[in-house]
Ligand binder design. Structure first.
Ligand code: ARG
Length: 457
């Protein structure tokens, strides 16, 4: 056997730097399990269809199983000399079972092999990520439940807007993560299309039973076009997008944690064990973990853009450029995995400074909209009510007062319709209670959603 599995047509040894430059085994070694499972399924099918004998098939499978054990025990360490995980496994198989190893690659190319491996790996990675997403959702739901009675300011334009239940605000992130989960699971369905049988690009003259391989490996369907099957990396792009969007959701949550933990807000505290200090300023307690998740969101988006850019100008079918799909893939996978864990720890450890939040409620005219709606209920057209309330707010601002500090006489200067019951209307707790429609922040609605989410676990 030549030193390279493809060495037959070559009269020179490969340049050492070429070997180093083209090798992918440093990272695609992570596909070893899928690679071996794929080879086992292929070998079994070759035996069943009579392309090789059943005895040969069994021998090959035995060798492959041995390699799996060897890799898992660290006894066989794939080397860069053999380029990628696929060549490494085949090379090792030859060492174990001799020339019979050469029959494994019948009717197969690394082009359909690598696409198969990565699809299988991606589908499993999605399952794993969905599990972690579920855990984070649960911790958000539990934290929302723990502080279910806390009313805080909601913001638009980062300006104080209206009173909201803290639980309602936190559950907004649960809604995002629900969509992320659904998106990942839909992507998984499109990922589980089997390329094996497409060989290099046009299929093969051997009568392969693709359906049999599909069943053994747990794919949903077999690819319908061999050219597409070896050149398609849509599933990686989709995966990277799903990761990016999830990371962006986590990043927005982390931005709020950072903001809320600032002295200026002082809404939350994180445990010391989840914060870091400064090498110069002794007083500092920094939310670095939240900042890093926010930072890593950029890296996830970078990985998506990197792959899309790689794919953009590629002619069909397989091109070696496609090997560049793996580093972004693994990096995004690891990034999201770590970030989900980090955010879950922070959410679990987070405590609300309930007193401080309560103190932040008056004074910001958070219930001005409620006051306008109060006038509307007394027959004033909304635009007019908006204007009148605006004037009341201006008057209060100028006098350095909160809405609830105004006397009834002062209110009446702006509208005769305002009565004693206005003080209920400008109370933040009452404001929240009033938002009693589907999707609103009333305690009744929020509790209902909380119950629904807690039951789901
Ligand atoms: N390591 C390669 C990749 O990741 C495997 C396929 C190589 N195929 C080839 N014809 N050179 O894409």
């Amino acid at each position: 056997m030549t030193e390279k599995l493809w060495g037959g047509r070559f009269s020179e040894k490969p340049d050492e730097f070429l070997e180093e430059f083209t090798a992918s085994v440093d990272y695609d070694v992570r596909l070893y399990r899928e690679d071996i499972e794929g080879s086992i399924a292929h070998a079994r099918m070759l035996g069943e269809t009579g392309v090789i004998t059943k005895k040969e098939s069994r021998e090959i499978i035995r060798g492959l199983r041995q390699i799996l054990r060897e890799i898992e025990k660290g006894e066989f360490v794939p080397s860069r000399k053999d380029e990628d995980i696929h060549m490494n496994v085949e090379k090792r198989l030859h060492e174990i079972i001799g020339d019979l190893a050469g029959k494994l690659h019948t009717g197969r190319s690394r082009n359909d092999q690598v696409a198969t491996d990565l699809r299988l790996h991606a589908a499993r990675a999605i399952e794993d990520l969905v599990g972690l997403l579920g855990e984070l959702k649960r911790s958000l739901v539990e934290k929302a439940y723990e502080y279910r009675n806390v009313v805080m300011p909601e913001y638009t334009h980062l300006q104080r807007a209206q009173p909201v239940l803290f639980a309602h605000h936190l559950l907004a992130y649960v809604e995002m993560l629900e969509r992320d989960e659904e998106r990942f699971l839909q992507a998984k369905e499109r990922t589980l299309v089997l390329p094996l049988g497409s060989a290099a690009c046009t299929g093969t003259s051997f009568p392969l039973d693709r359906e049999m391989v599909r069943k053994e490996l747990g794919f949903r369907s077999v690819s319908k076009n061999s050219v597409d099957a070896v050149s398609d990396r849509d599933f990686v792009a989709e995966f990277l997008f799903c990761v990016s969007l999830t990371m962006i959701h986590l990043s927005r949550l982390c931005e709020e944690l950072v903001l809320w933990m600032s002295e200026e807000f002082g809404f939350i505290d994180l445990p010391d064990s989840l914060c870091t200090g400064s090498s110069i300023m002794p007083q500092k307690k920094n939310p670095d973990m939240a900042e890093l998740v926010r930072g890593k969101a950029g890296r996830a988006v970078g990985n998506l853009v990197a792959l899309l850019t790689t794919l953009k100008g590629l002619p069909l079918s397989y091109n070696r450029d496609l090997q560049e799909d793996k580093e972004p893939f693994f990096d995004s996978l690891d990034t999201l995995r770590g970030s989900l864990r980090a955010v879950k720890l922070m959410i679990e450890g987070l405590s609300l400074n309930v007193e401080r939040i309560r103190e932040s409620l008056p004074g910001g005219y958070l219930t001005a909209t409620d006051l306008a709606e109060y006038l509307v209920k007394k027959g004033v057209p909304f635009r007019k009510a908006h204007e009148v309330t605006g004037k009341i707010v201006r008057y209060a601002v100028e006098g350095g007062k909160a809405l609830e500090d105004l006397t009834l006489e002062e209110f009446k200067k702006f509208s005769r319709l305002i009565e004693e019951d206005v003080y209920r209307v400008v109370d933040p707790e009452e404001s929240v209670k009033g938002k009693d429609l589907p999707g609103g922040t009333s305690p009744r609605r929020v509790m209902r959603r909380l119950r629904e989410l807690r039951r789901k676990r």
